[in-house]
Design a binder for this molecule. Structure first.
Ligand SMILES: Nc1ncnc2c1ncn2[C@@H]1O[C@H](COP(=O)(O)OP(=O)(O)OP(=O)(O)O)[C@@H](O)[C@H]1O
Ligand SMILES: Nc1nc2c(c(=O)[nH]1)N=C(CO)CN2
Length: 188
């Protein structure tokens, strides 16, 4: 934590009200270690408020590739460009190489939402335009914030129910406690 009150609902003039939501994914290299390092970096740059359980997930879209570890992190709110900069810094620290769209990667960090803030800047679209379609985002997000909503799409609980009914959650399973991310954020 950064020494400020850990209240996710605290308003912030810098980044709108509420907290920011970042989604992490890794399917190359030591996936669990990569996620832990990313959470530690996000703690330093933004201040981590909560981390979800880690899920092992079947790849959605893209070429045939190995399974992912996915998790969601809640951070303090910040301007969306700052959130993107922290996400990119974490990806660079993991030596991410961009090749084909939706191809395998050491680390992907997507900015999913930040309270009720919206951005249509193509460099940083908020809420993330595909978040509501992705069980590997919505399921861990719901775990860590049961009251979550996506501006324009409604409650994440309802989205997860719809994804489950469509069979989209079948490719997710909780990873073991060895991948727990809380310690990496200093959350004990
Ligand atoms: N909310 C956002 N979070 C992260 N990147 C974003 C966001 N909105 C737009 N972008 C832009 O998307 C571009 C592609 O990002 P990236 O290569 O991580 O895509 P991807 O993770 O493969 O696919 P997807 O966007 O479907 O998750 C980046 O240049 C980035 O600036
Ligand atoms: N299971 C899973 N599938 C994906 C993921 C991901 O993180 N997990 N990320 C993608 C592009 O961001 C495309 N497909």
């Amino acid at each position: 934590m950064t020494g400020q009150p850990a209240d996710p609902a605290q308003p912030s003039a810098a980044g709108g009200s509420g907290h920011a939501v970042l989604a992490l994914g890794s399917n190359l290299g030591d996936r669990a270690a990569t996620l832990r390092a990313a959470v530690a970096l996000l703690e330093k740059r933004l201040g981590v408020l909560a981390v979800s359980p880690v899920y092992e997930t079947v790849p959605v879209g893209g070429p045939p590739q190995d399974d992912y570890l996915n998790a969601v992190v809640l951070t303090r709110p910040a301007p969306v460009r700052e959130l993107l900069a922290a996400a990119r810094e974490a990806e660079q620290a993991a030596e991410r190489v961009r090749t084909i769209r939706w191809g395998p990667r050491t680390l992907d960090v997507d900015v999913i939402a930040c309270g009720d803030v919206t951005s249509d800047d193509p460099e940083i679209i908020v809420p993330h335009p595909r978040a509501h379609l992705r069980a590997f985002v919505c399921v861990p997000w719901l775990d860590v914030d049961p009251d979550a909503t996506i501006p324009g799409y409604g409650s994440v609980a309802a989205l997860v129910a719809g994804l489950a009914a469509a069979g989209e959650t079948a490719g997710l399973r909780r990873a073991g406690t060895a991948t727990d991310l809380a310690a990496a954020a200093g959350l004990g």
